[in-house]
Design a protein around this ligand. Structure first.
Ligand SMILES: Cc1cc2nc3c(=O)[nH]c(=O)nc-3n(C[C@H](O)[C@H](O)[C@H](O)COP(=O)(O)O)c2cc1C
Length: 358
């Protein structure tokens, strides 16, 4: 019988419990993305609060692409000392920390990115940003940039790096035929649409060796013309065969919001919790790589049911740990094992970031 307090291991990385704080863009870096004292204080609170592993907010890996203001950057070596300070503080307070890396493409905030790139020319239906199609030469350069950022994560003493392959950002856009209309080897079949992802993964692996590499992926895009569950099962199986260390299963993107969104509201009953559970269980049936399931976990009872149903090893949580950064410590000590998060999404503060919580 699995419990959230089990100790586990992936390669040499030790997990003191099965709860992972999923990535949350916090908006506490400075304008360029350098680590600030506020950012360190925010992550320290989480570490002290008992979560075993923290995934940072998405981190920019090229200077022209910033899907959100005041996000962390790792696009050159000048960011390493700040990131080292961050990892040191989190480690001193007993948690692991993983750097999530991203290229946002057309799913960004207007006026922040200097150049908008995509698999094909398109106007993003939500942001209205217009993407220019990446040439094969540009794709090669971006693949390198992912690998360089992963190497910086290693140098800054993160415990792992996570590729953001979900939620409609660039890797996910390549996989999604609504955004990817290419007719070359990067478009068409699922093998072709996932080629960019697998090139990124291979280059990152080449650069960082045995260092743990995680990925966040969609179980499906939940939109007309998007990637299907079958597509994503194919991708997860191949990721597993190629040696990815952990797959975090999510779903949807900004365009799919009115159907089945990434960050669902009104999780007010047990049947609405763990909203990607059925998909993750299907994926877990065909791979042996550890899976972490994100989306709508609110009670310990349901979490432990999910852990014991199939091959899901970790539980990711985002909003509940904004509401109560010490939730896991509380669950150790108190009899009430319910999160106070009501999924209202007011954690998106006035500027989009979560400044109301410090
Ligand atoms: C304020 C905020 C910022 C987020 N930023 C990111 C991010 O940077 N990267 C990411 O993969 N997901 C991001 N997410 C999505 C969460 O990681 C998670 O997938 C989603 O909130 C559902 O999980 P929950 O029900 O535990 O909140 C963000 C969510 C919120 C509320």
């Amino acid at each position: 019988m699995k419990t959230i307090f089990d100790k586990t291991k992936i390669k040499k990385m030790e997990f003191k419990n099965r709860i992972i704080r999923s990535a949350i863009w916090e908006g506490f870096s400075d304008e360029k993305g350098y680590v600030t004292e506020n950012l360190i204080e925010f992550y320290k609170k989480l570490a002290v609060g008992g979560v075993g592993t923290i995934i940072t907010g998405f981190t920019s890996i090229v200077d022209y692409d910033r899907p959100a203001h005041n996000m962390i950057s790792a696009y050159d070596d000048s960011f390493i000392p700040g990131l080292q300070k961050l990892t040191k503080t989190v480690h001193e307070n007993g948690a692991n920390i993983v750097l999530q890396i991203v290229v946002g493409g057309s799913q960004g905030s207007p006026g922040i990115s200097k150049k908008i790139v995509g698999p094909s020319v398109h106007i993003n239906p939500v942001t209205k940003l217009e993407a220019q199609e990446l040439s094969k030469e540009d794709i090669k350069k971006l693949v390198e940039k992912f690998a360089e950022a992963a190497q910086r994560a290693k140098e800054a003493n993160f415990d792992a790096v996570q590729l953001h392959g979900a939620h409609g950002y660039l890797i996910s856009q390549f996989i999604n035929p609504f955004f990817n209309k290419r007719e070359d080897e990067y478009g068409g079949s699922i093998e072709n649409r996932s080629r960019f992802l697998f090139e990124v993964y291979a280059e990152v692996r080449k650069k960082v060796g045995d260092f743990p590499i995680f990925i966040k992926v969609n179980c499906e895009d939940f939109m007309d013309g998007g990637a299907t569950t079958d597509d994503m099962m194919w991708v997860c199986k191949k990721l597993s065969e190629e040696g990815i260390d952990l797959i975090e299963v999510s779903g949807g993107n900004a365009t799919s919001r009115k159907y089945e969104g990434v960050i669902r509201t009104r999780i007010d009953g047990p049947e609405k919790e763990a909203y990607f559970k059925e998909f993750a269980l299907k994926i877990s049936d065909i791979i042996s790589t550890p899976i972490s399931l994100i989306g709508g976990h609110r009670t310990l009872e349901n979490i432990e049911e999910v852990l014991n149903k199939g091959n899901i090893e970790y539980i990711s949580m985002a909003r509940p740990l904004l509401r109560e950064p010490d939730l896991i410590e509380k669950w150790k000590l108190e009899s009430d094992k319910t999160s106070k998060c009501i999924s209202c999404n007011k954690c998106f503060g006035p500027k989009g970031s979560i400044c109301i919580f410090l």
